[in-house]
Design a protein around this ligand. Structure first.
Ligand SMILES: [Zn+2]
Length: 172
């Protein structure tokens, strides 16, 4: 099926038809060369073959131009693309189906990563198991990471450390 631009003259529609005519069903060659088409319509005052082909839509009947997933027809741009696509052995997929497939892959990847993070980075109630030295060390490291922080207070009066592990641990 060919869809031509609105203002195409009858002779221009014939040009596009001739452009897409295949030599026979078996071969992927085209019936007329570009030169033959140009010569034939020389006197008809038609616009260039390239322009007319670019401005029209050709839906080829060859299975290489049907999406194997949704059966949607994929328009063909020109003879070069036609030949290239017909020679390909892999199944044809339309842009819409490719985008959906890509999105599924992204979603699947994010879900896997989220599950992995939830499993591996589970928080552990480890604070109760720390010794007084480890607690002070952790506090010191945490304090260093905050800009302008003052470790355990700004002056001597603010620091309340008794040296008795059970009391200091509660304060910390
Ligand atoms: Zn599709």
């Amino acid at each position: 099926m060919i869809c031509c631009l609105n203002d195409a003259e009858e002779a221009e529609i014939a040009v596009i038809n001739d452009y897409w005519l295949l030599a026979d069903d078996e071969s992927n060659g085209f019936l007329y060369t570009l030169k033959q088409i140009k010569d034939r319509y020389k006197s008809e005052n038609v616009r260039s073959v390239g322009y007319l082909v670019q401005k029209s839509i050709f839906l080829a009947s060859h299975p290489a131009f049907t999406c194997h997933n949704c059966n949607r027809k994929i328009p063909d741009k020109n003879r070069t693309e036609y030949t290239r696509r017909v020679k390909r052995k892999d199944a044809t997929t339309c842009i819409e189906c490719l985008e959906i497939k890509q999105q599924h892959l992204y979603d699947e990847t994010f879900r896997t990563l989220k599950e992995y993070k939830a499993r591996v980075f589970q928080s552990e109630p480890y604070l109760n198991k720390l010794t007084i030295k480890e607690t002070l060390g952790l506090l010191s490291i945490s304090a260093e990471q905050i800009e302008n922080s003052q470790f355990l207070g700004g002056s001597l009066e603010e620091i309340t450390i008794t040296g008795i592990q059970s009391i200091d641990q509660k304060i910390l």
